[in-house]
Ligand binder design. Structure first.
Ligand SMILES: Nc1ncnc2c1ncn2[C@@H]1O[C@H](COP(=O)(O)OP(=O)(O)OP(=O)(O)O)[C@@H](O)[C@H]1O
Length: 293
């Protein structure tokens, strides 16, 4: 497996003692759409900013095609849209597109203009007079227009309306298919992520807890529901919730017989993410096809 994006022992400390992210290692091949999930303050934006080369690692390294991202030559290969959109309020949308073309050698100027026209965004309007969602659309169109190998989007759907969200996800899929880039997308919208992402990075309290292909993670876990007495001795439990009489447990599934009192249910991406978030010390046992570096 050749990775377009890989990290080894990556960490970022803020000030003298607070680690935003630590011990982060993974390898992601080209053409993947990666869901980056985690609780508020877990370290998602820190990881994206490290990949974008906007902040230097305190320890370890993250590379695009083998080039550390804090090096200048990596800059053209990565596009980043943060939670604060990097736009100039005094420019019109058309001027922002021209600016993108002047500052990025491979920029797709006509394609970006067409995309924004299709979204109904007036190219002659100044950026400062766009709505929050329209600003997001412009920032994302500029990032995709850069034709970078790695596209990083930090909570891109947060201020998009219910029609714009699936449209954006469709656009991302089309871009990946056409250009083979890798997209890393942070979001709390787990159901929407499950529709488009094939890989998962889950950060929990500043550490990378889960990295893997979503299909493998979903087929590799089950929800067991049964009486609390069945819970004792159950193998592979990631996390469990119990009421007085009933237990619900997310387990790593090994296709082995379980106590017949359990009802066994398939899981969704949300079940897996919530199960690991509830249990920060749990690790994934088997990651057959996408192994962290
Ligand atoms: N510039 C900074 N200076 C000091 N601490 C910071 C800075 N940026 C982030 N942190 C801290 O690092 C940790 C990770 O923050 P980060 O923004 O990466 O989390 P996040 O997962 O993106 O959160 P959210 O989902 O709320 O956006 C938090 O504890 C945060 O307070």
């Amino acid at each position: 497996m050749t990775a377009v994006l890989d990290a080894t022992g990556l960490g970022k400390r803020y000030g003298r003692r607070r680690w935003g992210l630590r011990n982060c290692s993974f390898a992601i091949p080209p053409g993947r759409v990666v869901a980056l999930v985690g609780a508020n303050g877990a370290g998602k934006s820190t990881l994206l900013r490290l990949i974008a080369g906007l902040t230097r690692p305190t320890e370890g390294v993250v590379r695009i095609d083998g080039v550390p991202t804090h090096r200048r030559e990596a800059l053209a290969r990565v596009a980043y849209v943060g939670q604060t959109k990097p736009l100039y309020d005094g420019f019109t949308v058309a001027e922002m597109i021209r600016f993108g073309a002047v500052t990025n050698p491979a920029f797709d100027q006509p394609g970006t203009a067409d995309r924004l026209r299709d979204l109904g965004i007036p190219l002659e309007r100044s950026v400062g007079r766009l709505s929050g969602g329209q600003r997001t659309q412009v920032a994302i169109a500029l990032a995709l227009g850069k034709r970078a190998d790695v596209v990083l989007l930090d909570e891109p759907m947060a201020d998009l309306d219910p029609l714009a969200r699936p449209a954006l996800l469709g656009e991302l899929m089309a871009t990946v298919e056409e250009h083979g880039c890798t997209v890393v997308l942070s979001s709390h919208a787990l159901t929407e992520l499950a529709d488009v992402c094939d890989s998962l990075l889950l950060v929990n309290d500043g550490g990378l807890q889960v990295a893997g292909l979503i299909d493998d993670l979903v087929t590799g876990h089950r929800l067991l529901v049964g009486p609390v007495e069945a819970y004792a001795g159950t193998a592979g439990v990631v996390s469990a919730r119990t009421t007085e009489r009933q237990a619900t447990a997310l387990v790593q599934w090994r296709d082995e017989p379980v106590d017949p009192r359990w009802a066994v249910h398939p899981v969704t991406l949300s079940d897996v993410v919530l199960g690991y978030l509830r249990s920060p010390d749990a690790t994934v046992a088997a990651r057959p096809r996408q192994v962290p570096a």
